[in-house]
Design a protein around this ligand. Structure first.
Ligand code: UTP
Length: 474
């Protein structure tokens, strides 16, 4: 779009202030501002202002009518159908051998809670070798590629902000031994922040305050980046979606893939039983024939605390851990069709310029960011399946610098998992009541990345390795 028409469209949309300092900028800066501006869908912003920002009472209330707990497939040890789980595993293994599944990590978050300087995927996470999250995933992928006789493709979504640092990290580490042709980076979209009056905020005279559009932005970014076309060319019809902060995740899980396939599901999810009523996870719910995820902050305490009289367990027990399988065709439909994910409003402290061009460092929220959440795709999916998984095998995220879900708890959970695998095969690692040994050791995913692969590798060792402090099985 020509310069004057971009500026004009902003003026017509009541957002002309974005160009208030345009005449003071040098040509480079003018170009930067115009580039930011061209990314913005003004009609979308106007609609969000109307529906989310100007709405009385602030954030839109979540509709809780006709809500019920979502059904899920219980693990065999918890009463699930053993033969159905076995059939699923077989179907999933066949799909993996046929190269139908690719891994997909969303790594565009800003990781503010962890407070780590750099893309979260570069965080040193393993207990002994301090391998980065990206390396853990890469090692799992390499090992799974060998196991199924097909190297898997890996899609990595970054934000505009961490794209360069992420790709540089992979290059510095020679792609962790993966074929470069099988690792595909792309950027998610950005959304402008607005003040409570709906005016787009400036970060600088030549920069609009823009931020990543949420993990739900992955669906449109997969389409826009050409990733879906690449998948089609490679015969990949499913993406295994996971978050960058969770090194335990089994993202090459034949059983999960099999459930997805056998049920002809377009989007499947793993759940864990909530550890306690107020645990801060989303809740899988059913609503008028659809599966929905209701965030903990949107589900009233009375629902969170409700106990099912028959089982004595929490009624809304199914916690979401952001692990999904998505059909490529479904992603394309969501990205291009009439169905679109809804934006959520987040009130934030957004450094910006005031009308006179002076910098403002707000002490309390001064504006709104708009974000898309991937689980909002669930109600649009045909035959969505939710399966149970063991928390200890799939979920220990690094979210906070200290305390819950921190590097410390995550390292301990990794060691607990390695210990369970080893002790199940005759190692005698001493543990405390929580399953934690008095020392750290590490199992490389290249040795074993899940129970089955560990079992094969362990069996193949004529002399069983001694496990002591600092042992690394690789
Ligand atoms: P979180 O909700 O934990 O957010 O993201 P975050 O930005 O990483 O961390 P905080 O809240 O600032 O501390 C969950 C997953 O979604 C990805 C993150 O990278 C992480 O894998 N994500 C989040 C994106 O890829 N893009 C986004 O815009 C937001």
């Amino acid at each position: 779009m020509a310069t004057h028409s971009v500026i004009e469209s902003f003026q017509q949309a009541g957002q002309g202030h974005v160009f208030a300092f345009f005449d003071q900028l040098n040509p480079e800066q003018q170009k930067a501002l115009l580039a930011d501006a061209s990314e913005i869908d003004l009609a979308e912003v106007a609609e969000l202002n109307r529906t989310l920002v100007q709405k009385a009472g602030g954030a839109a209330g979540v509709d809780l009518s006709d809500l019920a707990p979502a059904p899920f497939e219980a693990l065999p040890k918890n009463g699930g159908d053993t033969s159905a789980w076995a059939a699923a595993k077989q179907a999933g293994e066949t799909a993996l051998r046929a190269g139908r599944v690719a891994a997909f990590v969303v790594a565009g978050g800003q990781g503010t809670r962890l407070g780590y300087d750099g893309p979260k995927g570069t965080y040193p996470v393993t207990p002994v070798l301090k391998k980065s999250l990206f390396q853990v995933f890469a090692d799992k992928l390499r090992a799974a590629g060998v196991r199924y006789g097909r190297p898997l493709h890996w899609f990595v979504m970054t934000s505009d902000i961490n794209y360069a640092a992420t790709t540089a990290f992979f290059r510095e580490h020679a792609f962790f031994g993966l074929a470069e042709t099988h690792v595909h980076f792309f950027k998610q979209g950005r959304m402008p922040a607005v003040g409570f009056d709906g005016k787009i905020l400036l970060e600088d005279k030549h920069r609009i305050a823009m931020s990543p559009d949420g993990h739900g932005g992955s669906l449109r970014a997969l389409h826009r980046s050409g990733a879906l076309d690449l998948m089609a060319r490679e015969g990949i019809d499913m993406l295994s979606y996971f978050q960058v902060d969770n090194p335990l995740v089994r993202f090459v899980d034949p059983t999960f893939i099999g459930w997805h396939l056998l049920r002809r599901s377009e989007m499947s999810s793993k759940m864990i039983p909530k550890a306690y009523p107020g645990e801060k996870v989303g809740h899988f719910c059913a609503q008028r024939g659809q599966t929905v995820v209701i965030e903990y902050s949107d589900l009233p305490k009375s629902y969170q605390d409700e106990v099912d009289p028959a089982s004595g367990r929490l009624r809304y027990i199914a916690g979401s851990i952001a692990i999904h399988l998505l059909d490529a065709a479904f992603i394309r439909r969501m990205a291009t069709g009439a169905d679109a994910l809804p934006f959520h409003r987040a009130d934030k402290k957004i450094p910006c310029l005031d009308a006179a061009g002076n910098p403002v460092k707000p002490e309390k929220p001064n504006g709104v960011k708009f974000e898309l959440f991937v689980f909002d795709a669930l109600p649009f999916a045909k035959n969505p399946v939710v399966i149970e998984t063991d928390r200890a095998d799939d979920f220990s995220p690094v979210k906070n610098a200290e305390g819950l879900d921190s590097p410390k708890t995550c390292a301990e959970d990794q060691v607990r998992q390695f210990t369970r695998w080893a002790n199940a095969h005759g190692a005698a690692v001493p543990v405390d009541a929580t399953g934690l040994p008095p020392f750290a050791f590490e199992v490389s995913p290249l040795f074993g990345y899940d129970e089955d692969s560990f079992e094969s590798a362990w069996a193949a060792r004529a002399t069983k390795p001694a496990i002591v402090a600092g042992t690394v099985l690789s």
